[in-house]
Ligand binder design. Structure first.
Ligand code: FAD
Length: 425
């Protein structure tokens, strides 16, 4: 056992609530647990510790944007005032029988005991074995990935002229792919010389029969916006291969080769592999099934939240990998981990609304309501809502004041983001 595991404090042995991950779910789990301990006047006997590889919380949903500096929140500015301990490390192993997590710092493993564990390690981009995908594609899945893409785009003007120098192909037309494709024409136009602006080309490809097929009432709006932005759409095709200069798409019968210096893979998410270390049956997305209290089913002492957990969010429908669900899951998991530790009644999480707000770059945005995604607002109206979400609603308080942070961390379900309705209800 290393120094990090030491729980002695003023002659006592502290209990520990350990959180893995400081994304949306992990950050709010930790803050919520600290809030509840404070309320119970138990902060001096139980520590809340978060293990995260970076010293910042990444507002991951904004990775399609530029610049990215405002998307990073230094963790000490939020965890510090809340009295949460940050351990900069990567969790590598969960031993739920002995209530122990192995972490790794600079290649050195260390064991950490816990009384309650909250697994909130998020998700990763799915990477199927497509020739050239690992080597030549970019992504916006992580802050590092998004920075790498932007650094690459900035090098394009210095590359030798070629037919695909200013062509970007985005593969995967879910929310992430659509948001990025809508941004890229303007972003590339800013990077290239005036004389080359006409050479900018952005293609959005997806294997579904239509682009943004799952977007319900927003689908035609998205298609229209992408047309206005000059994004070429290629529905009904899969990525066959890429080689750094070109990409090959196929509809199963015929292939199309597009010269492109930039290919961005937006092929969907899968839960973090740590989920597979718990003795549970994972769902098809690799998520840990949790009950309404966020307890991992059948694993005493373990809670899970965010993208690596699956809850029936309204009692019937599985949660969606989203910050919309990850943040409240975290708030309830943190609260309930403390309640469980002290034998207090836990709070069930139930959210009876679901919205989707998809950014469409300079065109605006589109806002839908409900699981069937009924159109509510679009254009500049929806964009104003998206801006408020991305710059304010999903951030922890910026004041650094403990009371503000605890107020925001309370296990309360927010109301849907307000927007002016432009639908004809
Ligand atoms: C470009 C983009 C746009 C998106 N747009 C939207 C949107 O509009 N609306 C929406 O609701 N959702 C959106 N999402 C999805 C959303 O970002 C995720 O659902 C959300 O981030 C999940 O939160 P999380 O806390 O579960 O995981 P994450 O935010 O991924 O956080 C996981 C944390 O765990 C850490 N971690 C990972 N492995 C370990 C380990 N072994 N040990 C310790 N720590 C570890 C990570 O470093 C990270 O800090 C978008 C995602 C992307 C990529």
């Amino acid at each position: 056992m290393g120094e990090t595991n030491d729980r002695s404090f003023m002659g006592m042995t502290l209990k520990r609530i350990l959180v893995i991950g400081a994304g949306f779910a992990g950050l709010w789990s930790a803050l919520s647990a600290a809030r509840k301990l404070d309320e119970l006047h138990r902060s001096d006997e139980t520590e809340v510790a978060v293990v995260n590889p970076a010293l910042f919380h990444s507002v991951r949903v904004r990775n399609y944007e530029q610049p990215l500096d405002p998307t990073l929140v230094q963790l000490d500015t939020v965890l510090g005032p809340a009295g949460v301990r940050l351990i900069q490390a990567k969790a590598t192993d969960i031993d739920s029988t002995n209530r122990r997590v192995t972490i790794e710092r600079e290649g050195v493993p260390e064991a950490l005991d816990y009384d309650r564990l909250i697994l909130a390690a998020g998700s990763v981009l799915v990477r199927p074995p497509i020739p050239g995908l690992d080597r030549f594609s970019f992504d916006v899945d992580t802050y590092a990935g998004a920075c790498k893409l932007q650094a690459h785009l900035l090098t394009l003007p210095a590359l030798p002229d070629s037919p695909g120098r200013y062509t970007a192909v985005v593969v995967g037309a879910g929310l992430t792919g659509v948001e990025l494709a809508a941004e890229l024409p303007a972003r590339l136009a800013e990077i290239v010389a005036n004389s080359d602006r006409g050479k900018v080309r952005v293609v959005l490809a997806d294997r579904s029969a239509t682009i943004a097929q799952s977007m319900g009432g927003a689908q035609p709006v998205i298609e229209g916006a992408l047309k206005t932005l000059d994004v070429e759409m290629r529905p009904g095709v899969s990525l066959e291969s890429l080689d750094g200069q070109s990409v090959t798409l196929t509809d199963g019968a015929t292939s199309e080769r597009i010269e492109a210096a930039t290919v961005v893979w937006c092929g969907g998410m899968h839960a973090n592999a740590l989920a597979g270390q718990l003795p549970v049956t994972l769902d098809p997305l690799g998520r840990v099934p949790v009950d309404a209290f966020l307890r991992a089913e059948g694993v005493p002492g373990v809670f899970a939240a965010g993208d690596c957990a699956r809850i029936l969010i309204d009692g019937t429908r599985p949660s969606v990998m989203s910050c919309q669900h990850g943040r409240p899951m975290g708030r309830y998991a943190g609260n309930n981990a403390v309640c469980d530790l002290y034998g207090i009644e836990m709070l069930p999480l139930s959210i009876d609304w679901y919205t989707t707000i998809c950014d469409l770059g300079p065109w605006g945005a589109v806002y839908t309501e409900g699981w069937d995604r009924k159109l509510v607002s679009q254009g500049e109206t929806a964009k104003a809502t998206k801006r408020t979400i991305n710059a304010d609603r999903i951030y922890p308080p910026k004041t650094g004041v403990r009371e503000d942070i605890f107020r925001a961390a309370a296990p309360v379900v927010q109301t849907p983001p307000p927007t002016e309705r432009t639908d004809k209800r």
